[in-house]
Structures are given as structure tokens and as C-alpha cells.
Design a protein around this ligand. Structure first.
Ligand SMILES: C[S@@+](CC[C@H](N)C(=O)[O-])C[C@H]1O[C@@H](n2cnc3c(N)ncnc32)[C@H](O)[C@@H]1O
Ligand code: SF4
Length: 501
């Protein structure tokens, strides 16, 4: 796509808006014009406090123009927000005129929907007014506006009255038994890489100990621990016991608000692993089929069957671990509304306390895209119907949506929503999404996100990245001295962040 922008530094936001209409597009100012290459121009001006935006879009012989503006009001005063609304309005109108497509999430993109809803709620707006602003100013369709307000209110209820010295810990196991075709997680997949796990675990345990000790020195209290992946249950029984034992020596697990072991792939879950998890105080586990359609499981290269899921779920349900989550994906290649609704109905019969419904996002690094570059879709077949069904059906079964996020290039521009039985919401997901407190990431690919309030009451955030790939991560730790230096420098950065002005 040829994208020319003038008068603004919101390039990333403009790109995400363009992706709504042209998913998977690459951006350039100098690409050669061609009938199938969209050309978009965006120009922003500010006059007497009003943002005014002009947009043109050209695709083949079709050319459209649109404008958008935004003025400060009682409800929206923030300059950056106003600029984005004006840009959004112009691009939304032009895209609609060019392609006849209306995005269900309007111009709410490149930002957490609940963040915007909460900004409105904080001005004193009630449920109805917040929904109306989201519909009228951000062009959300009424169902999405209702969803995001409902999620924001649940989060606010769950987060009420938490002490302010909390933090959480994320431990990364970026390994999988094989790579699913839709996934782009930076995980090491396949039998050949599994031998690396043993040395990975050695280094990880050192870092786990160091991280908890550093947290204690800072006087923070660990609220939740999340072991995620990849597929953490790719660890064998002995390895899993070592990891959980180490966590248990670092923190009193009975004092945690939540202790999640993501597990994930049914083909890695055994009775012994889950009984080890239970004995070590794990309170939440995920068992993920993604779909209960055997043909779709094959298409997406999951390498397990529907029966494998039922077997693993049964082990989880009998393990004594209080919360079981099930991940599903709507809109998978080869799936349909009939297939998705069948999957959801069967999963709800099991009554897991948590259920997460993702929308298939086309990832640049996924195998599915390599095999078929036509998977991008703005309408997404009947995915909108599937997502809507999941919202109605979960509500009827006593679940509430408690956290949500959106990703780029999802089919039909839909969202990902976590549902829970009331009172069983997963705290970590809310803490992470809403940036409530610092999260210390341990292991390859884990990100530490430090959060603090300055004396002026402003929120400050700093991210510290760990090498993405296990090989790089291990290389850093290979020379013990170098590993030690890294750990010391991490702690120095953390201290500097918390003690700065
Ligand atoms: C970090 S992954 C790990 C889960 C675990 N390894 C498994 O596969 O069961 C968490 C979830 O993200 C979702 N996910 C992964 N890739 C996706 C994609 N391309 N589109 C939508 N959801 C995706 C899946 O539902 C998956 O269970
Ligand atoms: S979906 Fe899960 S098991 Fe499959 S490759 Fe991604 S992280 Fe690994």
C-alpha cells in the first residue's frame, strides 16, 4: 500500500486504521502505483483547537475523499485523543465509501478498548452515556459498545480495594511439541529442540530465584504467578516438579491470589503432571482444544484429536485444581458458524470456570499464511456470527466477559474475550491487560513491565526485554559471570525505575 501522511506523528495509529480495510498490507511511500495497490493520503491540520483531517483513497479506478474533525468537549478533552478521533473519522468514512465495509469496532484501534471506556467512565459517565459516546464518537456498533463497557465495569469491580504494593511474575516456557499452523509465538517446536529444555530449565530456575529475591528486596508482594508458553506442560514430570518446587521455595504459594500453569496442548497433559501441579499449589490451568472439529484440528496442524482434549479435560477436572480455562478460536481456516457453535456448545457442557474465545488472527510468521496468502479477510465469512453467538451463549450459561483485547489482522476485525463464572475471573489477565502493577517476566521472550505512580500521580511504565529465543537466552547465561552481570544490571534498572523522580 502507498501511504502518505502529512501533519501528524500518529503514523502507527493510521497504519492500524488502514489495516482494518486492507488486512496484511505493507506500508510504503515509494511503492510503484498499480491497479491492485491501494493509495491512501492522510493530511492533518489543527486550527483554533479543532483537528481537521482530509483523506483520499484510491484502488484501481475507484477514488474517494473524506474529511473528519474533532473539537474539545466536556466528554473528550485530551489533545491526542481528539486528533486520533478526527483521523479515525476521516479514514473510517473513506474506507466505507471505497469498500462498502463498516468495521464493528469503528475507529477504536491500536488502543485497548477498555482503556478508552474507562477514560469515559472516569468523567462520571454512566453505562448508557459511555455506550453512547463509544457509538457516536468512536463509531462502535452497539453490541461492541455494550461489550466493552461490561468488561470495563467487571474489571473495575475485581480491581477495587487492592493494596498498592502488589506485583506479578510471568515465567516463560517457549517450547511446544510441534508448531500449530496459525501460531507465530516465538516458541521452539518439535522433538529435536526438546533436549534444549533441560539446560533452559537450569538457567530459568536461577532467574526465577533471582527475580523473587529482587521482588522481596523491593518490598513488593507477589499477587499472581503465571507460567505460560508455548506449552509449559511440555516439561516432563520431573522438570515440572523442579520448576514448581523452585517457585514454592521463593514464595508462599498459599498467599498468592492466583497461580496459573498454562499447560495448553491436550497431548502434553498427564495425570501425574496435574497432580504435581495441584500439590504445588497451582490454582488455574488451561486445556485448549481451539476447536472440537476434527477436520479443522488437522487443517491447523494441532497434532491432537478431539478425544485427546476430552481425556485431558477429564484429568484437569479431577485434579483438584480449582479453575480450568479452555481456549477456543473463532474463524479458523476451514471452520464455519456450524462448526464453531458445535464446539462452544460441547465445551459449555463441561462448565469450565474460565473460557477464552479468540478470533483467528492472521500472523505474518504463521505457516498457514505461507501456504495460503488469501486467508486475510475483513468480513471473515460468518466469524461475526460465531463471535456474537459466543457472547450470547456464554451469557445464557452464567459467564461474564472479564477481559478483552484486540489484535491486528483478525478475520472480520473481531476481538478476543475472556469469560468467567462470576467470582472466578483470572486476576493475572486483568493485571496484565490493564497495567495495574509491575509484572516481572522470567525466561526467553518474557517482558518485564515496570509500573509506578510518580509523586504527581502520573503512571510511568518501563519495559525490559529478555532475549527472544532460548538459544540467545542461554548464550547470555552460558558464561556464568555474564549471566550474573545481566541479573545485577536488571536489578539496577529496576531500582533506578522505582527510585527515580
Ligand atoms: C500463547 S498461546 C499458548 C497456548 C498453548 N500453547 C496451546 O496451544 O494450547 C494462547 C492462545 O492464543 C490463541 N492463539 C494463538 N495463535 C492465535 C492466532 N493466530 N489467532 C487467534 N488466536 C491465537 C490460542 O487460543 C492459544 O491457546
Ligand atoms: S498454539 Fe500453542 S502449541 Fe501451538 S504453536 Fe502456538 S504456542 Fe505452541
Amino acid at each position: 500500500m502507498i501511504l502518505r501522511i502529512k501533519g501528524t506523528d500518529t503514523q502507527y495509529y493510521i497504519q492500524t486504521l488502514c489495516l482494518i480495510f486492507f488486512p496484511g498490507a505493507h506500508f510504503s511511500e515509494s511503492e510503484k502505483p498499480a491497479p491492485d495497490v491501494p493509495e491512501i493520503e492522510v493530511s492533518v491540520r489543527k486550527e483554533d483547537g479543532t483537528y481537521m483531517v482530509y483523506t483520499s483513497m484510491k484502488l484501481g479506478a475507484k477514488f474517494v475523499e473524506a474529511t473528519g474533525s474533532a473539537v474539545p468537549s466536556e466528554d473528550i478533552k485530551d489533545e491526542k485523543r481528539l486528533e486520533k478521533i478526527a483521523i479515525g473519522r476521516a479514514i473510517f468514512s473513506a474506507g466505507k465509501a471505497l469498500l462498502g465495509y463498516t468495521n464493528p469496532w469503528g475507529i477504536l484501534t491500536g488502543v485497548r478498548p477498555t482503556k478508552v471506556a474507562n477514560e469515559i467512565i472516569k468523567t462520571g459517565a454512566g453505562v448508557q452515556k459511555t455506550r453512547r459516546i463509544l457509538r457516536d464518537e468512536y463509531f462502535l456498533n452497539p453490541k461492541k459498545a455494550a461489550l466493552v463497557v461490561s468488561v470495563a465495569n467487571t474489571e473495575n469491580r475485581v480491581l477495587k480495594k487492592l493494596p498498592d504494593n502488589l506485583c506479578s511474575v510471568y515465567i516463560s516456557i517457549p517450547f511446544c511439541p510441534s508448531r500449530c499452523a496459525y501460531c507465530s509465538f516465538i516458541s521452539y517446536a518439535g522433538e529435536k529442540l526438546l533436549p534444549l529444555l533441560e539446560s533452559y530449565l537450569e538457567t530459568l530456575l536461577l532467574d526465577v530465584r533471582h527475580t523473587f529475591a529482587m521482588i522481596e528486596r523491593r518490598g513488593l508482594r507477589v499477587a499472581t504467578v503465571y507460567i505460560g508458553g508455548g506449552t509449559p506442560t511440555v516439561l516432563n514430570e520431573k522438570q515440572l516438579a523442579r520448576l514448581l518446587d523452585t517457585v514454592g521455595r521463593c514464595v508462599d504459594v498459599s498467599s498468592l491470589m492466583e497461580f496459573t500453569l498454562e499447560a495448553g496442548r491436550p497431548d502434553t497433559i498427564t495425570e501425574e503432571k496435574l497432580s504435581i501441579a495441584y500439590a504445588h499449589g497451582v490454582t488455574r490451568i488451561s486445556v485448549n482444544p481451539q476447536t472440537l472439529n476434527e477436520d479443522v484440528l488437522k487443517t491447523i496442524g494441532r497434532r491432537h484429536t478431539v478425544d485427546d482434549f476430552y481425556r485431558a479435560y477429564d484429568i484437569a477436572a479431577r485434579s483438584g485444581i480449582p479453575d480450568v480455562n479452555v481456549d477456543l478460536i473463532a474463524g479458523l481456516t476451514g471452520d464455519s458458524f456450524a462448526g464453531f457453535s458445535h464446539t462452544l456448545d460441547r465445551v459449555l457442557e463441561l462448565a469450565p470456570s474460565n473460557l477464552t474465545v479468540h478470533t483467528f488472527a492472521v500472523k505474518r510468521a504463521s505457516n498457514i499464511l505461507r501456504e495460503n496468502n488469501k486467508v486475510y479477510s475483513i468480513v471473515g465469512g460468518d466469524v461475526g456470527k460465531s463471535v456474537e453467538y459466543s457472547q450470547l451463549r456464554t451469557k445464557a450459561s452464567g459467564y461474564i466477559p472479564y477481559y478483552m483485547y484486540r489484535q491486528k489482522n483478525t478475520v472480520g476485525n473481531q476481538e478476543n474475550v475472556g469469560y468467567a463464572k462470576e467470582g472466578r475471573e483470572a486476576y493475572y489477565n486483568i493485571f496484565m491487560m490493564e497495567e495495574i502493577h509491575s509484572i516481572f517476566g522470567v525466561g526467553a521472550g518474557a517482558v518485564t513491565k515496570l509500573i509506578r505512580k510518580t509523586e504527581g500521580g502520573k503512571q510511568q511504565i518501563q519495559r525490559i526485554f529478555t532475549p527472544k529465543y532460548p538459544y540467545e537466552y542461554l548464550r547470555d547465561a552460558a558464561a556464568i559471570r555474564e549471566g550474573d552481570e545481566k541479573r545485577a544490571s536488571l536489578e539496577a534498572r529496576v531500582n533506578e525505575f522505582f527510585e527515580g523522580n
